[in-house]
Design a binder for this molecule. Structure first.
Ligand code: BGC
Length: 421
């Protein structure tokens, strides 16, 4: 007989109170419940929102898999706009030195992570919009890669203009490329490190700024070329190495507030497993006082998604961001084992080589698992084939909850399908 989650929690209560003589598998302890059907366990997608890779439309079929299914990410549009604003602010504050060859054109190159990933699209859009290089079709900014655009004739971007202190400069996207390996792994840092070499050979001192959809690619370009050529380079994620490079010439980055994301990610499963309101310890304090400020996230009920708000990290602010795996200030008190007994979580990382996920997000999940009484088993994929991750969800009945980072945003059904079997 299948037992619903509510019945199960009631039985656990009776069992703890000694009313039920025999111990139920899954009532506390470390082993997962074989009593709760996989279809009723909490499922939290993170970092890659279930969505259509071409249109960006959110995949609500996946996100309504059960009442405890959510996406936790960050506000991609606000973050993309912030990255664009950061680059414009830099130009304005360094107008005397930014045009390296003094030709009146500020040339930049752009490293694109994944043309079908909402976060990547939002950053490309935000940067082009702020710099005036965006081309709109039917009200939508083209976020494709230009290849090279030495003479400004690309249809994908246009030349922008900026006026500072009575002087007008042209802004040109000299080149952009999706940083993808031949095997198909996206956001690939070594590919970006190679691309900057090729671009520098053809554009030389026409390149005044280097802009990237993330710090993994940004730092690969900075280390192989921009640092020694004193060209400001901008990324996203506030990875520790990128923040530390700001005093050495890295232009800036954006923090996607990863502690908020990692906390909410695990907290949603915790709340479901403890049978308390899903917002406990998020919008309302738990009995330890853990809470997240409404300034740092927003929740969209229609999209079943929590979005952390982004923060600008530049020469003025970087000192506050040097520790990229710092826990959220008002959410770091451990929960009691008596009310939040140890449970097992299966968590995936789409690509073992992704800098942000491996150097920032995963360490945060590891810190939070201790505070929330979770034991997380991580699997990390190859970044190109969904099966490198989904095939490793072989025994879902061994787990109480799932934290899923997919290889492709379109593939939510690969996971919910396994949980339905
Ligand atoms: C991060 C990237 C990461 C990508 C992977 C983005 O949100 O900013 O650094 O490579 O997610 O999905």
């Amino acid at each position: 007989m299948a037992v619903s989650r509510r019945q199960f929690l009631q039985l656990c209560g009776l069992c703890a109170a000694g009313v039920v003589g025999t111990n139920l598998a899954g009532c506390g302890g470390e082993s997962a419940s074989s009593v709760v059907p996989n279809t009723e366990k909490p499922v939290v997608f993170f970092n890659r929102q279930p969505s259509n890779g071409s249109t960006g439309e959110i995949d609500m079929t996946t996100l309504t898999f059960n009442k405890d299914t959510y996406y936790v990410g960050f506000d991609a549009q606000q973050g993309g706009e912030l990255e664009g604003q950061m680059v414009v602010d830099y130009i304005k504050n360094h107008i005397d030195t930014v045009d390296r060859n003094g030709d009146g054109t500020i040339g930049y190159i752009l490293a694109i992570g994944d043309v079908g990933h909402n976060d990547s699209i939002a950053r490309t859009r935000g940067v082009r919009k702020a710099l005036g290089t965006a081309v709109e079709e039917n009200g939508v900014i083209n976020t494709g890669a230009t290849g090279t655009n030495a003479d400004g004739s690309s249809d994908i971007v246009q030349d922008g203009e900026i006026e500072v202190a009575g002087k007008t400069f042209k802004i040109r996207e000299l080149a952009s490329q999706e940083m993808k390996t031949t095997a198909g792994a996206t956001w690939d840092a070594p590919t970006a490190g190679n691309a900057i070499g090729t671009w520098a050979a053809s554009f030389g001192d026409q390149i005044d700024l280097v802009v990237s959809n993330n710090d993994g690619m940004g730092m690969a370009m900075f280390n192989s070329w921009s640092y020694s050529n004193h060209v400001p380079t901008f990324g996203y994620d506030a990875n520790a190495d990128a923040v530390a490079a700001i005093p050495n010439g890295y232009g800036g980055t954006i923090s996607q507030n990863p502690a908020v994301q990692a906390y909410i990610n695990l907290r949603l499963s915790r709340n479901s497993l403890d049978g308390v309101d899903f917002q406990t310890g998020i919008s309302t304090p738990d009995d330890k006082g853990n809470i997240i400020s409404p300034d740092d996230y927003r929740y969209s009920e229609d999209e079943r998604s929590f979005y952390a708000m982004n923060l600008m990290v530049n020469a003025d602010t970087y000192e506050n961001f040097l520790d990229s795996t710092k826990l959220y200030e008002t959410a770091q008190t451990a929960l009691d084992e008596s009310t939040s007994p140890t449970k097992k979580v299966w968590a995936s990382i789409y690509n073992a080589a992704d800098n942000f996920l491996s150097s920032t997000y995963r360490p945060l999940l590891q810190k939070y698992q201790e505070l929330m009484n979770f034991k997380i088993d991580f699997v990390a994929g190859d970044g190109q084939s969904e099966s490198s991750v989904s095939n490793r969800l072989a025994n879902p009945s061994d787990y109480d909850a799932f934290a899923i980072n997919m290889v492709k945003t379109d593939n939510g059904a690969s996971y919910t399908g396994i949980l339905r079997q």
